[in-house]
Design a protein around this ligand. Sequence first.
Ligand code: UTP
Length: 406
Amino acid sequence: MNYEEAVSLLKKHGQEHLLKYYGELNEEGKRNLLNDIEKLNFSVTDNININGAKKPDGDLSPCKAVSLADIEKNRAQYEAEGLKLLKEGKAGAVLLAGGQGTRLGFSKPKGMFDIGETRSVSIFELLMDSVKSVASRSKPFPLFIMTSEDNNRDTVEFFKEHSYFGYPEDKIHFYIQDTEPACGFDGKIFLASKSRVLLTSNGNGGWYSSLVNAGLKSVLEREGIEWLNVFGVDNVLQKICDPVFIGATHLSGLASSAKVVTKRSAEEKVGVLCERGGKPVIVEYFEMPSALASLRGEDGQLVYRYGVILNYLFKVDMLDKTVREKLPYHVAVKALAHISDGKKVVPEKPNGCKFETLVVDMVEFMGSCLAYEVERAKEFAPVKNKSGNDSADTARALLKSNGIKI
Ligand code: UTP
């Protein structure tokens, strides 16, 4: 794209300010800026008011789940089926590690956080222990690791320094998640520098489209992967490619599944798996009407009680639908550093919006989802905050109570 083409494109979208410093740039800077502009998804800023336009909640209903008791009863059958699929090479995993981890306040990728007490042990190492324990009972399966522009280099180097934690290197596929432009509340896209547009990660719902854009769909096809287990970097107690979960999901005939825990209280801040119009839907805690969140049945239990823990199985042949039909954008209001009046501004308060798609929205697109209950104390130890709830301290206590030496 040349300068004139950029001017006319930007005019069409009311974003001419992006060329304000063009005349000050050297040749490389000009090239970078024109490249950024050429690739911009301008329509994303149309979503700026989307959070005000919520869907009606009227037809929400609770979902049924395969309970702990059901799973115990059928464990042998589910496990045998899952191990068979793993041995046939039909399952793989995707680690979502593209987040910023701002709440933890750790400057490196969250997976590099040392959670050890008597020894040094990173979150990545604990997750890889889980991967290896399943692989040793079946065979090594492909592990896709989604990073961001910001943390990719550190993540890849960390794995290399640790010899891929003893996992076959050729089974690990790193890829960088795609970005979207960020803008002010007026919809004007920000510049990160005079020669670069401000691009920010497009949320964890971007994991599949980014994997495809990174050229990794060929790996799924080559390996004949039918199920992908998508999981977050935060939960240090989770089971990855759990054969019982894979078996139960496959035998259910449904297109996706989500590990869920019974909510601790009506107020617990987790997304809840529900149904809307007969389809699975995950309602985020801040979108859940409080009357529904606190509703109790005759047995005294919360009616909407199944909280998701970011551990899903998706049927691979259904995933292209999420790209074709496009996941909805969510707006995250953030403090965004940018160029204003020729200078870098680093605001302390939110000054604009970034646009994200979320993995929680994927189950709706898949059309069906098995809610699969797991024991919180055995499978859910999130490391989100610096201290207090869901922090490294609470996760350490849970690791120790599960006999994991840290
Ligand atoms: P969180 O919602 O906890 O966000 O991500 P975060 O950015 O990691 O942390 P905070 O909110 O800034 O403290 C849940 C999971 O989704 C991944 C994260 O790495 C984590 O595993 N994620 C999130 C991505 O991979 N990409 C994103 O753009 C956002």
